[in-house]
Design a protein around this ligand. Sequence first.
Ligand SMILES: Nc1nc2c(c(=O)[nH]1)N[C@H]1C(S)=C(S)[C@@H](COP(=O)(O)OP(=O)(O)OC[C@H]3O[C@@H](n4cnc5c(N)ncnc54)[C@H](O)[C@@H]3O)O[C@H]1N2
Ligand code: MOO
Length: 394
Amino acid sequence: MPALLPVADAQSRLLALAPPLPVEDVALRDAAGRWAAASVTALRTQPELPLSAMDGYAIRLADLPGPWTVIGESAAGRPFAGTIGAGQAARIFTGAALPPGADCVLVQEETARDGATLALAGDGPAGIGGNVRAAGLDFYAGDTLIEAGERITPARLALAAIAGHATLPVRRRVRIAIVATGDELRAAGDPPAPGELPESNGAMLAALLADLPVELVDLGILPDRLDVLTDAFAAIDADILVTTGGASVGDHDLVRPALEAAGATIDFWRIALRPGKPMMAGRMRDTVVVGLPGNPVSAFVTALLFVKPLIAHRSGASDPFPRTDLAVLAEPLPANGARADYVRAARRGDGVAAAAIQDSSMLRTLARADCLIVRPPHAPHAARGDSVEILQIA
Ligand SMILES: Nc1nc2c(c(=O)[nH]1)N[C@H]1C(S)=C(S)[C@@H](COP(=O)(O)OP(=O)(O)OC[C@H]3O[C@@H](n4cnc5c(N)ncnc54)[C@H](O)[C@@H]3O)O[C@H]1N2
Ligand code: MOO
């Protein structure tokens, strides 16, 4: 058996199987959660004019300590038409344009007003520009606001809107088909006969992909039959096909031969990862095929490390891999073997502690974990208090 492929090598080979999808311009709200296909520049300056940051009075700093004569009003969207001269003030509201002649804003709470006469009842603004947002404070027309390959987060979406964009260039949504394989599987809710069990990977994968720009087709459960699997795979019209189960070496593990019979070329199979060793990936015409192991925890971990990054890559992400953090061990960990280990763990006190049993079938253990401790191949014994890399999962 050839040596197992290191996780990072498998990740880069997977992404190299197919490029990002074609670009389309979509309405702003439809771009949420996708990745910018080109850099986004500001079509306007924000704010375009100096604006008041407070409700109060627009004045000239040199006129402090007053009093002033109030000669007009500037509201957001309805600027004052006149100019502020010596001893004059304009009522002004938050977001309103600072009238010409004024250079600062006196906040309402520091004033006493009697008809058109305004008196100081506090310290007043600290200097020229006090309580005023200068033109271009946030950005200037022509500034690059979002780089190509960056995710369109809610904040970046709002930024694009205020910068004057109605649409954004993004990659089209990823069409992804998922299939569970196994004669023993029954749809969740169907009573299983002895030796059968409810199918759980489909719901888990769909939930894991819910925050990604995908069109998901769930093909349900297919039996361990070469002809049925081959016909089903050959008929798939998707950018990515994800199977679970049947990936290992048993007599009923038919995903690889079925993919090959359907025209796929397998690029790699079996990686140095626990859980997730029997994972495979390849290409079937324009479809990237990813065969995940059937064990539910193995399917979860390989979906996090491979399927989500593949979707991000095909969606144009420049940084498609999950971000890890550092945490302190609340309990020691034994030395690791030859495969990278993603250890189910939970926060305890101010550290993280691994679950006692790490079997890759155990969904309750996974469901109670809030992170995976990343143990590199051959990592030595780690003591309580040591710093470890973790991947947040909840
Ligand atoms: N001789 C060897 N045996 C195994 C090896 C090996 O290297 N040599 N690898 C083991 C590893 S590691 C894993 S992981 C499993 C994965 O094998 P498969 O991908 O072929 O998975 P199955 O055998 O089909 O299923 C494993 C397990 O998970 C249950 N399962 C499958 N699909 C689902 C689903 N959609 N929902 C819920 N549960 C599912 C299935 O009933 C099995 O219990 O192979 C080891 N064996
Ligand atoms: O690596 Mo398997 O994925 O033990 O569970």
